[in-house]
Design a protein around this ligand. Structure first.
Ligand code: GCO
Ligand code: MG
Length: 415
C-alpha cells in the first residue's frame, strides 16, 4: 500500500489546466487539479519538485501527507504552495474513495442534500443582450444568476461577454464563456472607473428585479474594485434589490478590516475569498462575522482536508459556502468542490460555468445539471472524473496571463 507514481500534465483544451495523477502500487489512480490561472507552469513545477517526496508513502495517510507538505514547505501558504498541496490532497481522497467503492462525499460524512444549487453567469453590453442572456439560463431551469453589465464609455468590462457572442449566442460556450483565456505573451490591459460603475449597476439591478420579480436569486461580482467606503455606499444603495450576494466588493485580502466599514452600513450579503487560500486568511473574516459566504475553491485552498476545516469553523458563525467554480478551475477541481458541497451542513450555493467541448473530451465527467441543481452520480466511486491523457496531449500549453487594469488616468488598479 504505497504511492508508486506522481505524474504532472499541463493541457490547454480552451484554457490551461494542470493535472496531477497519483498511482498506487496496486494500480489505483487518483486525480488532482493544480490550475492557477495565468501561473500554470509554476504550480506544475512545484508539483514536479515534491513528487519524489510522495513515492513510497502510504496513500491512506492523507492528513499526515498534508501536514508533511504544509509544515515541510517551511515557506508557508501562498497560492502556489496551497494549490499544489491541494492537488495531492484531492488525488489521495479520490484514491481512498475508489478503494472504498463510494463517491467521495460518502467519506466526508455522506450526502447532506439531494442536489447542489448552482448559479450561472449572465451578462450584457446592453439591456436586450442582458435579458437574452438571463432568459437563456432561466429556460434551462437555473434559479440563480450572476449579473454583470458593460459600463458606458469603457471599452471592455470584467465579466461581460463580447457583444457579438452575447447577442447571437453562437452555441453554449460562446454565451457562457465571458472570460475566455486571452492567449498572448503579455497581459491585456483594461480600464476601470468606479464612478461609472457605482451609478450604472444599481439601475441594472432595479431593472432586472422589475422584469424578473422577487424569486430570482441575483448575484454580482465587483471583483475587488471599490474602496471600503465606496463598497459600503454601493452595498447600501443596492439593498432594495435584495441580492443573494455581492462578491469581492473591496480588496479585503489586503486588509480584512475593510469589511468592517462595509458591514457597519449595510445588510447586503457579502462573499469573499477566491484569491485567499488558507485558514489564516479566514480567521478574522469568520471570527468577526465579516462575511456571509466563503468563496475559495477547494483546489486553491489546500484541498478537501483544509477546506473542510475552514467550513467547520465557519459553520459555528452561521457562514456558508459559495465555492469558486469558473472555467479556469478544471473539471477535476470542480468535482472536488461538488463532493465537499454535498457533505457539509453549511452549503450555500456553487458557481458553475460551461466548459468547452474540447475540455470535456479531455475530462470525462459524471455530473448532471437539472432544474438549477447539480447532481452527482452516487454509483461513481471517487471524485467522479476521468482524465484522457492521449486527448490532453493534443492541446499543448499556451501562455495566457490574466488581464491587468488601469484607471482612466493610467494608474494601475486591481483587475
Ligand atoms: C469568479 C471569478 C473569476 C476570476 C477568475 C480569475 O467569480 O468566477 O472572479 O471570474 O476572475 O477565476 O482567474
Ligand atoms: Mg469572483
Amino acid at each position: 500500500m504505497a504511492i508508486a507514481k506522481a505524474e504532472v500534465f499541463v493541457t490547454s483544451p480552451g484554457r490551461n489546466f494542470v493535472v496531477l495523477r497519483i498511482t498506487t502500487d496496486d494500480g489505483i489512480v487518483g486525480l488532482g487539479d493544480a490550475t492557477l490561472n495565468g501561473k500554470e507552469l509554476v504550480t506544475a513545477e512545484y508539483l514536479k519538485s515534491i513528487a519524489p517526496f510522495l513515492i513510497g508513502k502510504n496513500e491512506d495517510n492523507i492528513e499526515d501527507i498534508w501536514q508533511y507538505l504544509y509544515k515541510g514547505a517551511y515557506w508557508r501558504r501562498g497560492p502556489v504552495t496551497m494549490a499544489s498541496i491541494s492537488a495531492v490532497d484531492v488525488a489521495l481522497w479520490d484514491i481512498k474513495a475508489k478503494k472504498a467503492g463510494v463517491p467521495l462525499y460518502d467519506l466526508l460524512g455522506g450526502a447532506s442534500r439531494r442536489g447542489l444549487l448552482v448559479y450561472a453567469h449572465a451578462s450584457g453590453v446592453d439591456y436586450p443582450s442582458l435579458y437574452d442572456s438571463i432568459d437563456g439560463y432561466l429556460d434551462k431551469g437555473f434559479k440563480a444568476v450572476r449579473v454583470q453589465f458593460a459600463l458606458p464609455g469603457i471599452p471592455s468590462t470584467y465579466g461581460v461577454a463580447a457583444s457579438a457572442n452575447a447577442k447571437t449566442g453562437k452555441g453554449e460556450s460562446s454565451r457562457y464563456d465571458f472570460e475566455p483565456a486571452r492567449r498572448s505573451q503579455v497581459p491585456v490591459e483594461e480600464v476601470w472607473d468606479a464612478q461609472t460603475y457605482m451609478t450604472t449597476l444599481p439601475k441594472v439591478f432595479e431593472n432586472v428585479r422589475n422584469k424578473y420579480g422577487d424569486q430570482l436569486l441575483l448575484l454580482h461580482d465587483a471583483h475587488h474594485r471599490m474602496s471600503p467606503n465606496q463598497a459600503a455606499a454601493f452595498a447600501k444603495r443596492i439593498e432594495p434589490y435584495n441580492l443573494f450576494w455581492l462578491e469581492d466588493c473591496t480588496p479585503a485580502e489586503e486588509n480584512p478590516n475593510y469589511l468592517r466599514v462595509v458591514r457597519e452600513h449595510t445588510t447586503t450579503p457579502l462573499a469573499i475569498g477566491e484569491t485567499i487560500n488558507s485558514y489564516t486568511d479566514y480567521l478574522q473574516l469568520i471570527r468577526e462575522n465579516l462575511i456571509d459566504y466563503v468563496r475559495s475553491a477547494v483546489t486553491h485552498t489546500g484541498g478537501i482536508t483544509h477546506m473542510k476545516k475552514i467550513m467547520s469553523y465557519a459553520e459555528f458563525y452561521g457562514i456558508k459556502s459559495g465555492f469558486h467554480g469558473p472555467t479556469d478551475i478544471s473539471p477535476v477541481g470542480q468535482a472536488a468542490n461538488f463532493q465537499l458541497d454535498m457533505a457539509i451542513p453549511n452549503f450555500g450555493i456553487q458557481e458553475v460555468m460551461q466548459y468547452t467541448p474540447q475540455t470535456l473530451d479531455v475530462f470525462h465527467t459524471s455530473f448532471t445539471l437539472e432544474d438549477g441543481y447539480v447532481h452527482l452520480d452516487a454509483k461513481k466511486p471517487g471524485l467522479g472524473v476521468d482524465f484522457d491523457e492521449k486527448e490532453a496531449a493534443k492541446y499543448p500549453y499556451q501562455p495566457a496571463p490574466l488581464p491587468v487594469d488601469r484607471l482612466l488616468d493610467g494608474t494601475m488598479h486591481e483587475w
